[in-house]
Write a protein that binds this ligand. Structure first.
Ligand code: AGP
Length: 591
């Protein structure tokens, strides 16, 4: 995820671009850049947060009343000055900013290089600047050249482009990445999201996929990709800028929970990259997952998956405990470390230990983080920046990466097809908000909760309990359903709600028996299962019933969503800010 802005003003553009792009910093913060046009194209860009780069370069000190700007969340190429946007063509007459992923950029880059184009970055985006250059050299204007360039590109994009040969014109185009148009008094804007431009105009046009916008001094034109003019509705936005940054959601956590269907689709795009490296992993005799917190729960799903699908003995070790497992490391073990941030001190320490004797793979959300530099292999999750302290969309993207890795190693394409339909299950799970709010209201004053599940549902139970602890300050205990009778049953009474995770499948009936055990001790049951599961419904005080028959193996992906929502709404009921829970930090850089 990145943020893009473009504006055509009567006044100096660079200070406005900087102010607008600051409002998109939630979309990316590893580098920033601005390009303006005043006869020539002027570019200032570098790696780092906006404030730091501004102090170093004074991004506003470039001339011109029009330009483009970008905040980056690196996907292709490390967060460096060269890889920061805007990117230019060979003659620095064209500049572009882009949010999205160009899937066929390698082929396009090879062809363009063969044709003599010189590239200066490792990004996928730079091909767009060179494609527009190529088509403009053939006699096309910026608008037609951008249209032709997008015909060559496969993937997702929101693009803004300017050319020194066409002053007073900015082209924007969108496919599968957000782009809006701001219509002001004698000025116009393009942006990834509404908050960027709210200070300047509340009149917004939402672009659909395969639509193009042309900003010029007389206003804005919207066209389809055949060049036909479209008549689009101008919407009047009533949000405050704070509301807008969260896309209308009250908290980043809720926004991030709702982004999950899109995150899954983005992460799935990495499958071909994973396929390229798996052959080597098949040689290992043992897998050892290492992680902390939520990433540890994703690892537990990994263990069940690797042992079920691949039959490879798989361990899961907490990163802070990993040094005690050092003795079992050898060259036949692949150590897979999972970390959203790639900067967690316990995980980095474990990575150092693992690197001494074993090969290491990290599954990480932050490109260029320390873990990605120190491991032998890297898989990137594609969740985009996560602002809420509680991990939600990054957990889902970790799960998807683990499933893709196991599927690529196992070679079963049927499973891959099943994974492609998971976003629809997640969407259905997101549709259960009203029921979940009622349950949250009822149980908001409980002092303890149990979460139980078997097999693939056990990590889901652990993750549900962790979310509850983190953002509601209620004690939540995740337990393997079959283990309750070995001690914790002594704690159960009618004050304790037990949330049972019971998808259809092999573990179903045994978990029902465990529900009976706790019911007999007075516990109230909140059951999370299939909406068609009458046996479960008859056991439960409340049911969160998910539509569709997802397999037990894939159930950890949609089944965690209601648990995220339940914790979120209990936290709201208790008057807690779920984005900033007390005593916690997003990234834990101490051991
Ligand atoms: C999850 O909600 C927590 N914020 C925390 O447990 C987190 O998962 C843990 O600190 C690991 O972080 P990492 O994935 O960045 O390594």
């Amino acid at each position: 995820m990145c943020g893009i802005v473009a504006c055509l003003l009567n006044d100096k553009a660079a200070p406005v671009l900087l102010e607008c792009v600051r409002r998109l910093e939630y979309r990316g913060y590893d580098s920033v850049g601005i390009a303006t046009l005043s006869g020539d194209i002027y570019v200032k860009k570098d790696e780092g947060k906006i404030d730091d780069v501004q102090k170093r370069l004074d991004l506003t000190n470039i001339p011109g009343n029009m330009g483009i700007a970008h905040v980056r969340w690196a996907t292709h190429g490390l967060p460096t000055g060269n890889n920061a946007h805007p990117h230019t063509d060979c003659k620095k007459r064209i500049a572009v900013v882009h949010n999205g992923i160009i899937e066929n950029y390698k082929e396009l880059k090879d062809t363009l290089q063969d044709e003599g184009h010189i590239f200066t970055s490792d990004t996928d985006t730079e091909v767009i600047a060179h494609l527009i250059e190529k088509y403009m050299e053939m006699g096309n204007g910026l608008e037609a050249a951008t249209r032709l360039a997008t015909k060559d590109i496969k993937g997702s994009y929101a693009i803004a482009a300017i050319s020194a040969d066409e002053p007073n014109r900015i082209i924007g185009v969108r496919k599968e990445s957000p782009l809006i148009v701001g219509v002001g008094e004698n000025e116009s804007f393009i942006a990834s999201d509404v908050p960027a431009i709210l200070k300047h105009t509340k009149k917004v046009i939402y672009l659909n996929d395969n639509e193009m916008v042309i900003l010029n001094p007389t206003g804005v034109l919207i066209k389809d990709m055949d060049g036909n003019l479209l008549d689009k509705k101008v919407n009047i936005i009533e949000w405050t800028s704070d509301m807008a940054e969260k896309g209308g959601y009250k908290h980043f956590m809720l926004k991030e929970i709702h982004e999950q269907p899109e995150v899954i689709k983005n992460t799935l795009m990495e499958f071909s990259e994973i396929e390229k490296v798996v052959a080597k992993f098949l040689e290992f005799k043992r897998i050892c997952f290492v992680a902390c917190g939520t990433s540890y729960h994703a690892s537990l799903v990994g263990k069940y998956l690797f042992e079920t699908l691949l039959g490879i003995p798989t361990d899961v070790v907490l990163a802070s405990e990993f040094k005690f497992s050092e003795g079992a490391l050898d060259a036949e073990t692949l150590v897979i470390l999972i970390s959203q941030s790639g900067e967690t001190a316990d995980t980095l320490k474990a990575l150092k230990i693992a690197n001494k004797k074993s090969e290491t793979l990290v599954i990480v959300n932050v490109l260029g983080s320390t873990a990605t530099r120190e491991a032998d292999h890297v898989i990137y999750t594609r969740a985009g920046p996560e602002i809420g302290v509680a991990a939600t969309k990054t957990y889902i993207s970790q799960l998807i990466s683990i499933y893709m890795l196991a599927i690529a190693m196992n070679g079963d394409n049927k499973l891959l097809e099943m994974l492609q339909i998971v976003p629809s299950y997640v969407k259905d799970a997101l549709g259960m908000e009203d029921e979940i709010i009622q349950i949250a209201k009822k149980y908001k004053d409980s002092s303890d909760f149990f979460f139980i599940g078997r097999g693939f549902s056990y990590p889901t139970a652990l993750e549900g309990a962790l979310k509850l602890k983190e953002i509601t300050y209620i004690h939540g205990e995740g337990y393997a359903a079959g283990e309750l009778k070995h001690g914790p049953l002594a704690l159960i009474d009618d004050d304790i709600p037990v949330l049972a995770v019971v998808p259809p499948g092999d573990s179903h009936d045994k978990t029902l028996s465990n529900i009976e055990e706790v019911k007999a001790r007075g516990a109230r049951i909140i059951a999370l299962g299939s909406s068609e599961d009458e046996a479960l419904r008859s056991e439960a005080n409340h049911i969160i019933g998910l539509k569709g028959e997802i397999t037990e193996m894939l159930s950890p992906i949609p089944y965690v969503v209601p648990l995220q929502l339940l914790s979120y709404y209990i936290s709201i009921e208790r008057g807690i800010d779920p984005d900033k829970p007390k005593n916690l930090a997003k990234c834990v850089t101490v051991e």
